[in-house]
Design a protein around this ligand. Structure first.
Ligand SMILES: NC(=O)c1ccc[n+]([C@@H]2O[C@H](COP(=O)([O-])OP(=O)(O)OC[C@H]3O[C@@H](n4cnc5c(N)ncnc54)[C@H](O)[C@@H]3O)[C@@H](O)[C@H]2O)c1
Length: 284
C-alpha cells in the first residue's frame, strides 16, 4: 500500500520497541485505528492508552500469544469488533536466543521458532483470507530481520527463524499473485539494529521452555547485541523509515536507510554468486 489514510491496523508485539514504533508511524500516515496485540497484555493496554492520548486516534491494547492459533483467532475477532475490520497487519512479535548451533537446546528452538516463525504462520492463516476476499487494498508487513538475509555467529536459532520468515513472505507474495489478489500487498521488514527490549526477551519465555543454552557463545551474542543495539536507531525513527519504504512500494524494507540494506545484501550476494562462504558483517 502506498497510503494508510483511514486504515485499521493490528500490530503483534505492539507493546514495545519496533511494534509500538510501527503503530506510531502508521498513525502518522493516517491510520484510523490500531490494535496493539502482545503477550504482555497490561503493557499493551498502557502503551495503547498513551498513544491514543497523544494521537487522538483509537488505539487499543489486547493480550495475544502469537504461538497459539486460538489466541490469534481471538485477536482477529476482537479487532473486527473494535475496528470493524483489518486492512493492515504487522506480524512483528519476536524473541532472540543466542548460542552455537550445536549446543542450542530443544527449548531454545521451540521458543524462538514458535514465536518468530509459527507466530507469523498463525497470523497469515488468520488475517490473510479475509484480505483476499475483500476488494479493498490491504497490507501484510512481516517483521523478519537483516539476520534473515545475512547470518550472524552465535545466533543460529534466531537466524534460522528469520531466514524462514523471509522465505514465507516471498512465498506469500507469489501465492497472492497466483490467485490474482493484487489488492493485498506484502512487505518484509528486515531491521538492522534498533534500540528495543529484545535483549530482555526472556521475560516472556514460557515456563515449560526454560531450558536455555548457557554458554560463552550465548554471553558473547547477548553482549554483542547489547553493544551494537546501543548504537542502533530509535524504534519510532526506524519504524518511520520502514513505513516510508512500504509507501514507496518496496517489498524488502528496513528500519535503516536503504543504503545499509544494499551494502550488506550486496556483499552477501557477491559471496553467494562466487560460491564463497559468507563473510562476517556487522549490521551497521
Ligand atoms: N531490535 C532489533 O535490533 C531488531 C533487529 C532485527 C529484527 N528485530 C525484530 O523486530 C521485532 C520486534 O522486536 P523488538 O526489537 O521491538 O523487541 P521488543 O522485545 O522490544 O518487542 C517485542 C515484543 O514482542 C512481544 N512478544 C514476545 N513473545 C510474544 C508472543 N508469544 N506473543 C505476542 N507477543 C510476544 C514482547 O512482549 C514485546 O512487546 C522482532 O520480530 C525482532 O526479531 C529486531
Amino acid at each position: 500500500m502506498d497510503n494508510f489514510e483511514g486504515t485499521r491496523a493490528v500490530v503483534t508485539g505492539g507493546a514495545s520497541g519496533i511494534g509500538l514504533g510501527l503503530a506510531t508511524a502508521l498513525i502518522e500516515h493516517g491510520a484510523a485505528g490500531v490494535v496493539l496485540a502482545d503477550i504482555e497484555a497490561d503493557t499493551a493496554r498502557s502503551a495503547a492508552a498513551d498513544l491514543s492520548g497523544t494521537s487522538g486516534v483509537q488505539v487499543v491494547g489486547v493480550g495475544c500469544d502469537v504461538t497459539d492459533p486460538d489466541s490469534v483467532e481471538a485477536l482477529r475477532s476482537e479487532a473486527d469488533r473494535l475496528l470493524g475490520g483489518v486492512d493492515v497487519v504487522c506480524l512483528n512479535a519476536g524473541v532472540f536466543a543466542g548460542g552455537h548451533v550445536w549446543e542450542t537446546t530443544d527449548d531454545d528452538w521451540d521458543w524462538v521458532l514458535g514465536v518468530n516463525l509459527r507466530g507469523v504462520v498463525n497470523g497469515v492463516r488468520v488475517f490473510v483470507p479475509p484480505m483476499v476476499s475483500a476488494p479493498t487494498p490491504s497490507q501484510v508487513l512481516i517483521t523478519a530481520s537483516i539476520a534473515g538475509v545475512v547470518a550472524a555467529p552465535a545466533s543460529g536459532v534466531y537466524c534460522t527463524s528469520k531466514f524462514a520468515a523471509v522465505g514465507l513472505a516471498e512465498s506469500l507474495h507469489h501465492d497472492l499473485a497466483l490467485v490474482g489478489a493484487e489488492q493485498v500487498s506484502v512487505s518484509v521488514l528486515c531491521p538492522g539494529m534498533v534500540r528495543t527490549n529484545i535483549a530482555k526477551g526472556d521475560r516472556n519465555r514460557p515456563a515449560d521452555l526454560q531450558d536455555a543454552t548457557v554458554s560463552d557463545a550465548t554471553a558473547l551474542a547477548a553482549a554483542g547485541i547489547e553493544d551494537t543495539m546501543g548504537r542502533g536507531i530509535g524504534p519510532v525513527e526506524g519504524a518511520r523509515n520502514a513505513i516510508a519504504q512500504v509507501c514507496d512500494g518496496r517489498f524488502y524494507v528496513s528500519t535503516q536507510p536503504v543504503e545499509l540494506w544494499e551494502r550488506l545484501v550486496g556483499n552477501e550476494n557477491d559471496d553467494r554468486l562466487a560460491g564463497r562462504p559468507p563473510r562476517f558483517q556487522m549490521y551497521e
